[in-house]
Design a protein around this ligand. Structure first.
Ligand code: GLN
Length: 538
């Protein structure tokens, strides 16, 4: 059996250079040559998972089928590769320490002093090898979060050094991603920060095999040679990653630069088929040459930070390409929408998404926006909190339950149409305790949802504590407002629809976590199609 190969991706100079996209692009190129690849991310922060982080801190929290709350880079991995990730694909310092401390309490290190080296590093290494040892993959790409030289990254960098020593240089490879800044005043690209960060890596006993250089301008041949010489790599191992129009261009750019070729050579692997990116190119072609354009409003309270709704934005890109339609996303801050400005803000929309979220801020703005979309026949897609608010809006304005609310916003509410799930009532701890991951849902025939999926039973990912309160089933739902999907085991309402409308769908789950380039999500596709149809018919 051939050895499993391990590729490590580290970052230098600054954070936010897009290690996740580079890792996902490389994985895509290797997958397109018939290698089985997975990507995992190791994050140096002390939260056990990003589930307890505010989106302003760390962007969206991505959820896997097995209910892990993870870094948003896992979303990129799934969207690029069309392969599911799991709990094992994202490890944080918090999780590492938690399990080492648990082992210590269980007496597993009895008599010994428990230390960063070897105990923490052993735990990290064991987790770095876990997916490789499953036998499912030829190549495991490990992205190390943060920047080399950070105090909190040190145990990970040391673990990488030891992994190379344990497994041999022929089975391991280090890609270092850096920034080549452009000094406008002198009109020059500068390599010094890159030299320094490669040196910092070396101080930890790791020599980078490949340097990927983020840059706003083309690197000249001289510059590439200079980086190769000073950073101690071959000329072909200096790879330019220039700013591009879309992240989906990056695999093609990396292929032009020969990243996959250098990686395979270094790992002593031969391509198993000629690089086949036909489907990817088809998607890009449709994405870049749209025949129509629509404007979709995204109503949420974290709209200032693009990364907060990453998966929703990417799902719209996939669905837009599928419909050969460019989507202009108009971010609408729910806190600032009210009855006086609704018309001005919302009347130019061809479709509206009301985003997931937690807590009271911006809630009334969401309800006002939903009311506007419902009354004005604007295609509406409510996700998680967005669905809950659609129920409240209908209960208040059509059923006459003017006090309807969610107990999340108003704990003593008299008409709690949205209430804490029974299973949540005794839970006090906040970390990893929501209804998480994949749950089944049976669809009701002749609904927009059933039409979109064209199957009767689906599975979608969840992340919430509150639900539709079934005590109000008969009062709220009728032939106009229907339950279009239910969980077969618990009877929980999963999808609601308003019938007197071109397309009005609210889902308790998060469809955005399952949309990929090769498999755009059926509900996003249907929502975009309905929004486009409405625009063309007007
Ligand atoms: N805050 C709501 C709940 O916990 C919705 C969560 C969400 O939108 N992800 O049920």
């Amino acid at each position: 059996m051939s050895e499993i190969k391990y590729i490590f991706v580290t970052g230098g100079v600054t954070s936010s250079l897009g290690k996740g996209i580079i890792a996902a692009s490389l994985a895509k190129l290797l997958q397109a040559q018939k290698f089985k690849v997975t990507i995992q991310k190791f994050d140096p922060y002390i939260n056990v998972d990003p589930g307890t982080l505010n989106p302003y801190e760390h962007g969206e929290c991505f959820v896997t089928d097995d209910g892990a709350e993870t870094d948003l880079d896992l979303g990129h991995y799934e969207r690029f590769l069309n392969v599911n990730t799991s709990q094992a694909n994202n490890v944080t310092t918090g999780r590492v320490y938690q399990s080492v401390i648990e082992k210590e309490r269980n007496g597993e290190f009895l008599g010994k002093t428990v230390q960063v080296i070897p105990h923490i590093t052993n735990e990290i290494k064991q987790r770095m090898r876990l997916l490789g040892e499953s036998g499912e993959y030829d190549i495991v790409i490990t992205e190390i979060g943060g920047t080399v030289g950070d105090i909190e990254s040190l145990p990970y960098i040391e673990s990488v050094r030891q992994m190379i020593w344990d497994l041999g240089r022929e089975n391991t490879l280090v890609i270092h991603l850096t920034l080549i800044p452009f000094l406008a005043a002198s009109g020059e690209l500068k390599t010094k920060p890159t030299q320094h960060s490669v040196k910092t890596l070396m101080e930890s006993g790791i020599s980078a095999d490949i340097i990927v250089c983020r840059t706003e301008h083309e690197l000249t041949e001289d510059l590439r040679e200079k980086i190769a010489l000073f950073c101690n790599v071959k000329r072909e191992a200096v790879v330019q990653s220039i700013d591009v129009e879309t992240i989906y261009d990056v695999p093609l750019k990396m292929s032009e630069e020969g990243l996959d070729r250098v990686v395979l050579e270094k790992l002593n692997l031969k391509p198993r088929q000629i690089l086949n990116l036909d489907n990817w190119n088809k998607f890009l072609n449709r994405f870049k040459n749209p025949k129509n354009k629509i404007r979709i409003g995204l109503v949420g309270k974290y709209v200032e930070l693009q990364d907060s709704y990453k998966s929703i934005l990417e799902s719209l890109i996939h669905a837009g390409a599928e419909n050969e339609t460019e989507i202009e996303v108009v971010s609408l801050h729910s806190e600032y929408i009210d009855l006086d400005n609704a018309e001005k803000n919302l009347n130019l929309l061809n479709g509206m998404i009301v985003a997931p979220g937690f807590g009271e801020r911006g809630i009334e703005g969401k309800i006002t926006a939903i009311n506007y979309a419902r009354r004005n026949n604007i295609p509406f897609f409510g996700i998680c909190l967005g669905m809950q608010m659609a129920v409240i809006e209908y209960a208040r304005n059509e059923v006459g339950l003017t006090d309807a609310n969610s107990t999340e916003m108003e704990p003593d509410c008299k008409v709690p149409v949205i209430d804490l799930m029974e299973s949540q009532k005794k839970i006090i701890k906040k970390g990893g305790t929501m209804r998480l991951g994949a749950w089944d849902c049976n669809l009701r025939a002749q609904t927009n949802a059933a039409n979109a999926y064209s199957i009767k039973s689906i599975s979608e990912r969840h992340r919430h504590r509150y639900e539709f309160n079934n005590d109000y089933l008969d009062q709220i739902f009728d032939e106009d407002f229907v339950v279009a999907g239910t969980n077969p085991e618990t009877g929980l309402v999963e999808i609601i629809e308003y019938k007197n409308h071109p397309w009005f769908v609210g889902v308790q789950f998060h469809p955005e976590y399952k949309s990929t380039v090769s498999n755009p999500h059926p509900l996003f596709k249907a929502f975009v199609k309905a929004s486009l149809a409405l625009k063309l018919n007007n």
